[in-house]
Design a protein around this ligand. Structure first.
Ligand code: IPD
Length: 300
């Protein structure tokens, strides 16, 4: 019910703030580590897919706290999944967590990363909390109850979208667009990405849309939130995972954004078939797009 969601939201927001303290602690450790030390940064599937000791520690904290407060709920997390914990998705309420979304930024000391806490119910995302501990910016959303941004613990949450934003754009040429390189650097994916980027950013005489800007900021969850709050007009990516997008989906949808794509070769469906139902319904698309109201999105 709406009241249940509000109760879960208060709990997960408090937990996100606690996790944020650990993320800040981790960032200090990594920044102060001697340059030639390993500093707890490990590679996962390849040299651009990183994990740190703090991704694991934050996920452990969150999993433990959620498990004792909501023992009947399921849990899907980026690091548990990597470690082999891949429970099949059911209709039961299931938390979907990325302990540090934007790990590469975290490792490099770029303050564009966050914890992303989502809740799936009956295979649909229904609640999202995204917190960037470096900026103190907190985004929340609950299905049917709107989404909000808050700057600092004691400040007043502001409902999204803001009055004048997100505003509709007449064309892609006015758009501020986020795309991500992601960790799939295969020739096929790189070709799709660079071709699309060229079409979006390139000169009109060469068939491009001359978008205002194309940027790769490095956190899927924050990209969703920034489309929701209007700083970005579009976020487009190939290759997200459920924990990258679950919370952001609720926050952006509640702010009136549209999420679209085609699920045929989407990385989530191909690499984690147990999320198939979710991907079909909510994480649609290998070309995964969240977009504000815009006249012309047909850049293919
Ligand atoms: C990644 C980031 C990145 C996006 C990838 C994600 P992680 O999450 O959000 O911006 O391009 O698709 O997997 O690995 O930092 O949690």
């Amino acid at each position: 019910t709406a009241r249940d969601l509000q109760e879960i939201l208060s709990f997960t927001v408090a937990l996100a703030y606690r996790a944020g303290e650990l993320i800040i602690e981790g960032s200090e450790v990594i920044i102060q580590a001697p340059p030639d030390s390993e500093s707890g940064v490990l590679e996962k599937k390849n040299a651009v897919d990183l994990v740190t000791e703090y991704d694991v520690r934050v996920e452990e904290l969150v999993k433990k706290e959620l498990g004792s407060k909501y023992p009947t709920f399921g849990f899907v997390g980026e690091e548990s999944y990597s470690a082999g914990s891949r429970p099949p998705l059911t209709d039961a309420p299931t938390f979907c967590v990325d302990p540090i979304d934007g790990t590469t930024n975290f490792v490099h000391g770029l303050p564009y990363c966050c914890i992303s806490l989502g809740l799936i119910y009956k295979r649909r995302p229904v609640l999202g909390v995204v917190f960037n501990p470096f900026t103190g910016q907190l985004f929340t959303g609950a299905k049917g109850q709107g989404s909000f941004v808050q700057q600092g613990k004691n400040s007043q949450p502001r409902r999204l979208p803001f009055a004048q934003r997100p505003r509709g754009l007449a064309s892609l040429s006015q758009a501020n667009i986020a795309v991500e390189w992601g960790s799939d650097r295969s020739a096929e994916t790189m070709l799709l990405k660079t071709r699309s980027m060229t079409r979006l950013a390139g000169d009109i005489s060469a068939g491009g849309k001359m978008a205002h800007a194309i940027k790769s900021l490095g956190s899927a969850a924050l990209n969703f939130c920034n489309v929701a709050q209007g700083g970005l007009d579009i976020y487009w990516e190939i290759g997200c995972w459920p924990w990258d997008v679950c919370a952001g989906i609720v926050i952006s949808q509640e702010a009136g954004c549209v999420i679209t794509g085609s699920h045929d070769t989407f990385a989530i469906s191909s690499s984690s078939p147990e999320f198939g139902d979710v991907t079909e319904e909510i994480l649609t698309g290998r070309k995964y797009i969240v977009v504000r109201a815009i006249g012309d999105t047909n850049h293919e």
